[in-house]
Design a protein around this ligand. Structure first.
Ligand code: GTP
Ligand code: MG
Length: 461
């Protein structure tokens, strides 16, 4: 594609590294190579997708800036779809900034965040959901998140959307044929599209929208707070799950004051685990501050582990805390299983809200039961067995809203047809459903939404 100016950026992360890459995209790419690059044997025509060894020379001073490899990639078979130049420099920040400055002087302008990927989208190399997957790929936190992003990049979601789109186009064709038929004959309208087919497409849209919860959790992870009264072993549990001494553990109640937060991979889900101050009537202002924060966090967190000390009877503080647990997914955890047990489990069960999973017995100190606990956390988060991974998943609220809106439009069209309203109205709704799907793949996405999406990217991608 022509008509866009030439952009350039450092595509490798800041700091020192073996190699630093400068990427240039646009019609000036080859000209810039000619102006700055010097080889032992002059090059008549750069062969596309070949590496050349030589020097970057500042044209005005003749100073050699770096010894580099360059690759000239002729569009449209490039990431952006445009002519692209990649200069592999030595990975020093000053080298890269100096070479980039010469590139800009030679005819490029600095790329904005995500602009290479935006061009890939605008030039039809990727659809919008694939372009978004590039971002997910770079920021993936677990192997599962990575593989879901690769699936999206490879077009699994796009393929599924395209299938649904085609089904909707068929529905529309059916309605339009009925309208023509009615006009030709001047009689009452022929029966419209098959209402059963409508329902099948609506169900498909809902099924795909329902993958959002899982997709989002795999991509972004989830927050889990460890709460309980002092000394039950919250910090010991955090350390045990992390496999390192991250939080201070002492026999003195009230040891932890601030939140201690670490991310762990539990069955492929990034879990932000937070150790908190023990809840009890505070003894001083510092402790009160810590406990107030815990109550606030319990409201905003995704899920809670309520930790209890199995070597003691339930205290009024334990009971008070358990009675607060209703609106959130929660697992009761009975710690110190290595000691003689005095906790009354029947009493505990009576305090738990309906639907709470059974208590898990562990010893944070010695590690017993930790596997069972992580399995229980995984199950609580996903609420489905791990193996039921859907073929195509969405992980973006934007996608979920678009799918639901498309389903609503089809619902209204279906109702209208059933109630004998004019087919033209149904056709309008069906077209709107198509537009809504188009927002996922980028067929009908506004410039403003595009800008917002690509602004999440880093410069150089
Ligand atoms: N026997 C036994 N002792 C444990 C176990 N877990 C923790 N402890 C001990 O219980 C005491 C308190 O542990 P912490 O992990 O500091 O407890 P906490 O809940 O973080 O306490 P605060 O920070 O004061 O709220 C320490 O002496 C731990 O060694 C366990 O599984 N078995
Ligand atoms: Mg602690």
């Amino acid at each position: 594609m022509t008509g866009r100016d030439t952009i350039a950026a450092i595509s490798t992360p800041p700091g020192i590294g073996g190699i630093g890459l400068i990427r240039i995209s646009g019609t000036e790419a080859e000209g810039i190579a000619r102006r700055l690059f010097r080889t032992a044997r002059p090059i008549d025509a750069f062969l596309s997708h070949h590496l050349y060894h030589g020097e970057i020379v500042a044209p005005e001073t003749g100073a050699v800036l770096d010894d580099v490899l360059i690759a000239f990639l002729r569009g449209p078979h490039t990431y952006t779809g445009e002519d692209t130049l990649e200069i592999s420099c030595h990975g020093g920040p000053l080298i890269l900034r100096t070479v980039l400055a010469e590139v800009l002087r030679a005819g490029a302008r600095p790329a904005e965040r995500g602009e290479f990927t935006k061009r890939a989208f605008l030039n039809g190399r990727l659809d919008l959901s694939q372009a978004e997957a590039v971002f997910d790929l770079i920021s993936a936190k677990t192997p599962e998140g990575l593989s879901a992003a690769v699936d999206r990049l490879k077009g699994k979601l796009s393929g599924r959307i395209e299938t649904i789109r085609n089904a909707i186009i068929d529905l529309l064709a059916g309605i339009e044929a009925a309208i023509d038929f009615a006009e030709d004959d001047g009689v009452v309208e022929a029966p419209g599209a098959n209402l059963l087919e409508f329902q099948a497409v609506i169900d498909d849209l809902h099924a795909l929208a329902a993958t959002y919860r899982r997709g989002r959790i795999i991509r972004e992870g989830i927050g889990v707070v460890i709460a309980g009264r002092p000394n039950v072993g919250k910090s010991s549990l955090l350390n045990r799950i992390l496999g390192e001494k991250r939080a201070i553990v002492t026999p003195i109640p009230g040891t932890t004051r601030d939140f201690i937060e670490e991310t762990v991979n539990i069955g492929g889900i990034p879990v932000r685990l937070t150790d908190t101050a023990g809840i009890r009537p505070p003894e001083n202002a510092i402790e009160k501050e810590g406990i107030d924060l815990v109550w606030e966090r319990l409201v905003t967190t995704d899920a809670i582990l309520v930790l209890l000390d199995g070597s003691m009877a339930l205290t009024p503080e334990d009971q008070g805390l358990l009675l607060q647990m209703h609106a959130k997914p929660m697992i009761p955890v009975i710690n110190k299983s290595d000691l003689p047990q005095r906790l009354d489990e029947a009493l505990l069960r009576g305090l738990l809200p309906a639907g709470t999973p059974p208590a898990v017995r562990i010893s944070a100190k010695y590690g017993d039961g930790i596997d069972r606990l992580t399995a229980a956390i995984h199950e609580m988060i996903l609420a489905t067995p791990a193996e039921e991974t859907p073929a195509a998943m969405i992980a973006d609220l934007r996608h979920k809203i678009a799918l639901e809106r498309a389903a609503e439009c089809l619902d209204r069209a279906q109702d209208g047809l059933r109630d004998g309203l004019p087919s033209e109205l149904a056709a309008l709704e069906v077209r709107e459903a198509l537009d809504s799907l188009g927002e996922i793949t980028g067929r009908t996405t506004s410039e403003e939404v595009l800008d917002r999406i690509f602004a999440n990217f880093c410069v150089g991608k």
